[in-house]
Ligand binder design. Structure first.
Ligand code: ADP
Length: 512
């Protein structure tokens, strides 16, 4: 173990206290453990190498661990299932922190079929929730992210997205239980009243609403979360669309945004560039063996071979068939007007047909095969700016982003998730993490993207642990007043600065 990573005396004392509380089997602090809790897709594992991990199973254990951390001055980095790949996985911002692994808190506390919500502990994965809903005959449908091996709670807390109607996961949060750094257990919203049955049904309770301050922050440990789920619709319809040219993105966004705003498209539909789709189906070398950027002529062969466009999207509709059939006709008309030709007809599913043919959120992990694109031990990092659903601005963002990818010798892969008011671009940067050359170019590309996007007036909605300070620094109104505000809240809620220092660029006083 390199000396810079040696657990300090305090860390050793903390881990001993944790062993007494949890037993040997739930304290992980060997070299192998430290490696296992590092960012499995990162370049610089040492910079974020944790001192170990402790796995709590209850609120009481979390309270005792927080007290021990305060006593010993150790930082705790909470994770739910730790699958936040592309943004840091299980790893903390600061090397030497101890991971507070909540993946063993796996209770599905409640599923309310009538009122359309679930209440889960942090360790409940998308697969766990899916299995339980399946056991009940799918009365409620989930929204799942592209790679669904993570946790329902952790993904919502990070503002993960899915291509379903309830796909803005943080927006579905309603009522939480949170353990603060001093061990106080708080229930938000209506849950602040003992046994109030409205806890997970309304965000409008008495006084300020606090759910969102625990998203992308380091203000508390979330031990229970209420999330709204969609009632099963009687039918779904889906339509695939393709566009042949990179510059078509402008008309693609211009077509989707007003339909979404007016409720005619039921979810944030995404335009995905062809390399994304190609990367799920094969490695780069399986298409072309050359070096350097994938030439456009080879890209054209890939698109032909896979029968896909430069941009590809799927629109899904959910509801009674007479309702969604009417929406489908309006969407057809909008596509004709935009000059976008659907690839095929609408596919219709009804209750009673095989479930996997529906447009329900069904967990899968196939998307992760994208990391094999360049060969070697693959990795990806997400650059995720958010902007208005203004087709011109979003198209400009695409052109500049693609140009920067090319300047840095990286094949462009991006997706634009089009909402009614906002569009999220998730740009995946794929690499071989054992290549020093990739590391240099990818880091330079990422930093260039932060600068360029900031200059255009936008910010990322989420970022990798390597870049949390840099992205925080782009939120610069009134001399970075929001950063100062965030730090002030941190100092009040966590004066010893033990929970996830540096997350989202929020630092406790002792480390500023
Ligand atoms: P997932 O497994 O769903 O991908 P993670 O467990 O990796 O999600 O969580 C992503 C990030 O969200 C973590 O790095 C942490 O910063 C934050 N987080 C996750 N779970 C909690 C929690 N229960 N309380 C507070 N923060 C959390």
């Amino acid at each position: 173990m390199p000396s810079s990573l040696t657990a300090s005396g305090d860390t050793r004392r903390f881990l001993d206290m944790a062993r007494q509380l949890l037993g040997e089997s739930r304290v992980f602090a060997t070299d192998v453990d430290q490696a296992a809790y590092s960012d499995q897709m990162g370049f610089d594992l040492a910079a974020h190498r944790p001192a170990g991990a402790v796995a709590a199973r209850s609120v009481e254990e979390i309270q005792t661990l927080l007290a021990a951390a305060t006593q010993t001055g150790v930082s705790l980095w909470p994770i739910s299932r730790g699958k936040n790949f592309g943004y840091g996985g299980t790893a903390p911002v600061q090397a030497g922190a101890v991971i507070l692994d909540l993946s063993q808190m796996k209770q599905i506390v409640e599923i309310n079929e009538e009122l359309g919500y679930c209440v889960v502990e942090p360790g409940v994965g998308f697969y766990d929730l899916y299995d339980e809903l399946e056991r009940r005959g799918h009365p409620l449908w989930m929204s799942v992210p592209g790679n669904a091996w993570g946790s329902v709670a952790g993904n919502a807390l990070e503002r993960g997205v899915g291509p379903q109607p309830y796909g803005d996961h943080a927006a579905q949060i309603c009522g939480m239980e949170v353990v603060l750094a001093d061990g106080t257990v708080v229930r938000t919203g209506a849950g602040a009243m003992q046994d109030n049955p409205a806890w997970h049904t309304t965000r409008n309770s008495y006084g300020p609403g606090w759910d969102q301050i625990f998203c992308q922050s380091n203000y508390g440990i979330v031990t229970r979360i209420g999330l709204w789920l969609m009632p099963a619709p009687p039918a779904t319809m889906s339509l695939s669309l393709q566009m042949p040219d990179p510059d078509d993105i402008e008309k693609g966004i211009a077509m989707f945004a007003p339909l979404r705003l007016r409720g005619l498209i039921d979810h944030d539909a995404a335009w995905v560039s062809y390399i994304g789709i190609a990367s799920y189906a094969g490695t780069r070398a399986s298409y072309w063996e050359g070096d350097g950027l994938l030439p456009e002529s080879e890209g054209a062969k890939i698109r032909q071979r896979l029968d896909i466009g430069w941009w590809n999207a799927e629109i899904n509709l959910y509801g009674p068939e007479e309702v969604i059939a009417a929406k489908a006709r309006l969407i057809d008309a909008a596509a004709r007007e935009a000059g976008i030709t659907p690839s095929g007809d609408w596919r219709v599913w009804h209750q009673g047909d095989p479930f996997e043919l529906s447009k329900a959120g069904i967990p899968g992990t196939r998307g992760m095969s994208m990391i094999d694109w360049y060969g070697g031990r693959g990795g990806h990092i997400g650059f995720s700016p958010i902007m208005p659903s203004d087709a011109r601005q979003a198209a400009d963002q695409f052109r500049r982003t693609r140009a920067l990818y090319e300047e840095h010798g990286v094949d462009y892969y991006g997706a634009f998730g089009v909402g009614g008011r906002q569009t999220v671009a998730v740009n995946e940067i794929l690499y071989d993490r054992d290549s020093e050359d990739h590391r240099r170019r990818v880091t330079a590309l990422f930093e260039a993207l932060i600068r360029d996007t900031h200059a255009a007036g936008f910010g990322e909605y989420r970022t990798h642990i390597d870049f949390m300070d840099q992205v925080a620094a782009t939120f610069d109104f009134n001399n970075h007043a929001i950063g100062t505000f965030n730090n002030r809240i941190k100092d009040v809620l966590d004066p010893a600065g033990i929970i996830a220092p540096g997350k989202q660029g929020i630092w406790p006083a002792r480390l500023r």
